[in-house]
Structure formats: C-alpha cells, structure tokens
Design a binder for this molecule. Structure first.
Ligand SMILES: [Zn+2]
Ligand SMILES: [Zn+2]
Length: 182
C-alpha cells in the first residue's frame, strides 16, 4: 500500500480519505456485494458482542461515516443519513453513533471547542485541524508510533491534534475562516 520511502521515513503521512482495501472493515459506495456482506457481518458481530442489536439504522449511519471521512458532527451525519433514509430522527442518529462508538467501530473526536466529530478509522492516528477551513484530516503516526516518550511511560492511546493549514488553504491567499469545508 505504501511506497518504500514512505514506509521507512519518519515523517507524518496523510491517510487517504477512503480505504479501498478489499475485504477491509471500511467500505464505500463502490464496494461489491460480497465485500459489503463481509463488512455487514463484521458490523453485526461487533455490535452484538458489545450488547447492541444490528439495525438498518445503525448499518446506514455506519455507511454514512465510511463514505466521506471528513469527521462529521452528529448533525452532519444526520443530514447525510436523511438523504437515503428520510424517516431517521436526530435521536436515532445519536443512538446509532453511541452504539458504534461503544462497539469500537467509530471514535468520537474533539479537535476544537464545539460539537464532537466522528471518525471510523480505528487505527491509532492523529488529526490535522485546518485553522482556516476547519477541515479535519487523518494523519498516520510516525512508524512504530515513534513519539519519543520519557523513560517509563508507555503509550496506549493517542489523542493528538496538529493545527495549521491544509494544502488547499496553504495555496490560497484568501482567508475563508470556518466558512466552507472542502
Ligand atoms: Zn483548509
Ligand atoms: Zn480520524
């Protein structure tokens, strides 16, 4: 998946928005029926082992999270979920997100003051927050989770946010602070 220089380098690496890996847990709209079935089985398994039922709403909210990995807020998930499932309520979306987080299928991310966002990438990673357009990107940790820690400290979970400007905003001289997200 990675080229050799990327794999051996110590630099942070951006994680592509969509994981196209066949059979991977994350599926997107162009996934084949067999792969989708496999992911649905995995979703069912994770939900039930955490004491939740598989419901079409939970499946749909999960698919919404996987389709566009831009770390939407619950409200944004609701707006997207309604497109294909107009009868879904905000309360149901909250319930679905809660079930997904508790089942280890998504994580809640707080990068700035304001509403929590949701991320279906369960690999350890950090986030890049663009202070100009408020976009959030997944950034891979350096190889071997290589953040130097003092002797005796052991990392178990990462909650790192880098602030700055995304490539689109670095290249543009116009400041459109928090107006649009690309
Ligand atoms: Zn930006
Ligand atoms: Zn993330």
């Amino acid at each position: 998946m990675l080229s050799a220089p990327e794999r051996s380098g110590r630099q942070f690496r951006i994680i592509p928005n969509i994981d196209r890996q066949p059979g991977g847990l994350y599926y997107s709209c162009w996934m084949g029926d067999i792969e989708k079935q496999r992911s649905d089985d995995r979703l069912t398994q994770r939900l039930t082992t955490s004491g939740f039922r598989f419901t079409p709403q939970r499946q749909h909210v999960y698919a919404v999270l996987l389709q566009k990995r831009d770390h939407p807020t619950a409200e944004e998930v609701f707006i997207r979920a309604k497109r294909a499932m107009p009868e879904i309520s905000m309360a149901t979306v909250y319930n679905c997100l809660d079930a997904l987080v508790r089942s280890g299928l998504a994580r809640q991310v707080t990068v700035e003051r304001g509403a929590a966002r949701f991320c279906p990438n369960m690999q350890e990673h950090c986030h890049f927050y663009c202070d100009n357009c408020a976009s959030v990107f997944d950034i891979a940790l350096p190889p071997d989770n290589g953040l130097p820690l003092p002797r005796g400290f052991r990392a178990e979970r990462f909650d790192v946010t880098i602030h700055g400007r995304c490539p689109a905003c670095s290249n543009s001289s116009i400041s459109k602070r928090h107006k649009s997200r690309h």
